[in-house]
Design a binder for this molecule. Structure first.
Ligand SMILES: CC(C)(COP(=O)(O)OP(=O)(O)OC[C@H]1O[C@@H](n2cnc3c(N)ncnc32)[C@H](O)[C@@H]1OP(=O)(O)O)[C@@H](O)C(=O)NCCC(=O)NCCS
Length: 202
């Protein structure tokens, strides 16, 4: 299998908490702190709500930045974000983050989940996830599932901090699909899709 050094994700997904620099995935690194010294942004007065038709362009844009397109390959099939149940976090007219879900295999599946780098660490991601759990509960669904590539340690950390546990690992799936292991977070080769699950009401 060939190892490619170029990063395919089009835009930075994280910010350096020290100097505010936007970080292409391969340039990002992790550090461990006590809870008190975790990097935190200023509290935001944002709202989480169901997406409207007028959010269409902003949703396409955040998908483009996080993923490169609105068609997302996950759980062994392709989902169109624009046809999913979309919840957005907004402050005024500005979209801060998106969680896109759909019912798949009797569970509420997270298809796309992204908070713009300069809005991270301010509770936006947590609020979106809990709103998605609320939507699942209102549909009498009992289980949620999500997936993360093996390199995306911040997202894997985040899901486990929010009551998800690893359910299965599609070993080699992502590398096999591309024909090579792309370079992900901190330069870690992107190979596997880690699938997680939690109860809607943990
Ligand atoms: C994971 C993510 C959704 C979290 O959103 P968020 O708004 O920063 O989350 P919150 O502010 O509610 O929670 C912050 C928590 O997440 C952790 N975290 C994860 N990534 C973080 C980041 N980049 N900045 C700050 N905190 C981050 C914090 O350590 C904190 O954990 P703690 O509660 O244990 O202290 C966001 O970082 C993100 O969009 N990452 C990119 C995801 C991605 O790869 N999407 C594309 C494929 S679907």
């Amino acid at each position: 299998m060939i190892e490619h050094s170029e990063v395919d994700v089009p835009y930075p997904q994280y910010l350096c908490p020290v100097d505010g620099k936007e970080l292409p995935l391969a340039e990002a690194r992790m550090s461990v702190t006590c809870a008190e010294h975790q990097p935190r942004g200023e509290a935001l007065g944002f709202t989480v709500r169901e997406a409207r038709l007028s959010d269409r362009h902003a949703i396409e844009e955040i998908c483009d930045r996080a993923w490169g397109e609105t068609e997302i390959d996950v759980f062994g099939r392709t989902f169109d974000v624009m046809a999913c149940d979309n919840l957005v976090a907004v402050e005024g007219d500005e979209l801060l983050g998106l969680i896109s879900c759909t019912v798949h295999g009797g569970e509420f599946a997270v298809v796309m989940y992204s908070v713009y780098p300069h809005n991270q660490g301010r509770g936006v991601g947590s609020a979106l996830l809990e709103a998605a759990a609320g939507m699942a509960a209102s549909r009498s669904l009992t289980s949620m599932k999500a997936a993360v590539s093996n390199d995306d340690l911040p997202l894997l950390y985040f899901y486990q901090r929010h009551a998800f546990s690893i359910a299965e690992i599609a070993t080699g799936l992502l590398a096999d699909k591309l024909g090579y292991a792309g370079v992900g977070f901190a330069g870690i080769p992107i190979r596997d899709e880690i699938r997680l699950r939690r109860s809607v009401c943990p």
